[in-house]
Design a protein around this ligand. Structure first.
Ligand code: AQP
Length: 332
């Protein structure tokens, strides 16, 4: 089986519906076809300010939501990034073959550093894509499913793999990005021109997987739409309604035109109620399962430890080859 690698940052107590539709649902379906590695990338999360106790809790909660959404830790390797030391170690080696200018061209760094300001921008944020390259290359990954905002980072990963291979001999597989379709991208319900995000300033337009169902229902009923009252997909002209249609279609597996037909002439109230029922029915069991898993953190930690062993076995082998290739004297 070809190998797949993906991950998410434990940057909030709950994942949001964009993470669920754009990542988890696809990961779940890819588990059969691929030898899949899914990581909770806590080292990446350190590039933003964190309360230590909260970060630990967010890491567990993120892992619990992976499992609750159908990622099976007995079939896929579901682990916490920092449990496998090779990530940080390979990132260092790769940073020595990454150009300063090359890293500086990453648009996510440019956006985030502008937002944070020079004083709050760490070197870690700058080298974030190098750590991501290490994540992927350690596992000799064939495919990396990512949103289009991460495409540039996968390109850098490919460049680094090719550069290393050319300089030191064939070591890394060069991975291919699998970019999610535009229709898998979910926007903020209150500001449908912005991607829904865990770290959004306002939570009013964010649907959290672990929210109470009545909170979720209210947010859907209050979602921004427009004045023409027609349930139709038009990303430019009707971003709010189009976003709701995308969510509806993604969760039901239906085509957008068939949903438009169902709500033709019925107005936004009915449409939102329909969507509310779909989302609540989808979230309820996932939420219940995640909370159940979080009720027994020792068992969850045990599962994560077993999976970290599986991941480390693969990662350590790659790292060991890398250390040899670059000429590090190995400890006797
Ligand atoms: N709005 C979205 N629509 C579709 N997919 C989305 N993803 C995130 N938001 C949407 C996908 O979820 C995964 C999470 O990756 P991440 O945790 O590394 O961070 P991100 O992509 O930056 O997601 P967030 O929720 O916006 O997190 P923060 O606020 O922490 O940066 C990825 O596969 C992403 O494509």
């Amino acid at each position: 089986k070809a190998r797949l690698y993906s991950g998410m940052q434990p940057s909030a107590d709950s994942l949001q519906i964009g993470n669920y539709i754009g990542a988890l649902l696809q990961w779940r379906d890819m588990q059969d076809t691929y030898d899949a590695f899914f990581s909770v990338v806590d080292l990446h999360a350190l590039t933003q300010p964190n309360d230590p106790a909260e970060l630990r809790e967010k890491t567990r909660r993120t892992a619990a939501q992976y499992i609750a959404a159908g990622i099976e830790p007995s079939r896929s390797t579901l682990y916490v990034q920092s449990h496998v030391r090779a990530h940080a170690e390979l990132a260092w080696i790769l940073s020595t073959i990454t150009g300063f200018g090359e890293a500086g061209r990453m648009t996510q760094f440019k956006d985030k550093s502008q937002r944070y300001g020079a004083d709050a921008t760490s070197v870690g944020l700058f080298t974030y894509p190098v750590l991501m390259a290490a994540d992927i290359l350690l596992y000799q990954t064939h495919v990396v499913p990512v949103g289009d905002d991460q495409k540039q980072h996968v390109e850098l990963t490919r460049d680094l793999a090719e550069r290393f291979n050319a300089r030191y001999g064939e070591t890394f597989r060069v991975p291919e990005p699998v970019i999610q379709a535009e229709t898998a991208r979910i926007y903020d319900l209150q500001n449908p021109s912005a991607k829904m995000s865990k770290s959004a300033e306002s939570h009013a337009g964010v649907l959290w997987l672990l929210d109470d169902v009545d909170v979720t229902a209210k947010k859907i009923m209050r979602a921004v739409t427009d004045n023409d009252g027609v349930v139709a997909y038009d990303r430019e002209g009707k971003p709010g309604v189009s976003n709701l249609l995308t969510i509806y279609a993604a969760l039901t597996g239906r085509q957008i035109p068939s949903i438009e037909d169902e709500y033709a002439g019925r107005g936004y109230g009915d449409f939102k109620k329909g969507l509310r029922d779909v989302v609540v029915a989808e979230f309820e069991p996932v939420r219940a399962r995640a909370l159940e898993l979080l009720d027994d953190p020792a068992e969850l930690d045990r599962v994560l430890a077993v999976n970290a062993e599986k991941a480390a076995a693969v990662a350590d082998e790659t790292l060991s080859t890398v250390y040899d290739r670059v000429g590090l004297l190995r400890r006797a």
